[in-house]
Design a protein around this ligand. Sequence first.
Ligand code: IMP
Ligand code: MG
Length: 196
Amino acid sequence: MTAGSRRAPAPPFATLRPEYPPGSQTLFTGDEIREAVERLASEIRAVYGREELTVVAVLHGGLVFAADLMRRLDMPVRLGVALASSYRGGATEPGELQVQMHPGLDVAGRHVLLVDDILDTGRTLLRLRDSIRAMDPRSVRLATLVDKPSRRVAPLHADFTGFTIPDLFIVGYGLDWNERYRNLPDIVALPPGGGR
Ligand code: IMP
Ligand code: MG
């Protein structure tokens, strides 16, 4: 195909002006996130070597992170998804947790890496890890881009963590408030009480 050469190049991130939440503060820039993803990928490569890995992206928030992370892995990678939602609407406190594994997700006897955007109370990843363990995998590990350990209620820690933050509500790079801001290239914190 030759048409690509005639297409206008995509504008670099710097020329796009997505709307940020009013009063938000940048915690991590796109460049800092890229560095963190690179570091996590090298930790993951060191653990698995050339062994096949089944990445299970936790939708929706973990989608952006999983997409970037898996392209920095060089072992054979399979991709699955799980769907988790704790209905919040415009609130920043979680509601009822619902999880759903992708039908046909085949993890028996395989190394599984659950990839999510953020580890908050831990309820989501605990439930998903238990569901996967029940499917008889060879191993299950957790990768989270962001960890908020002060909020934990479930006994859980991630094997691979990008950033550790205090109790802030953050959006961008897959993370939403009321289904907005997932497309921001940076991670920003809402002002205290913001979004409520
Ligand atoms: P859990 O409380 O660890 O079960 O996290 C549940 C989900 O809540 C995460 O996967 C995120 O989708 C969402 N979440 C938790 N903290 C934040 C935040 O600061 N911003 C956006 N979403 C969040
Ligand atoms: Mg999530």
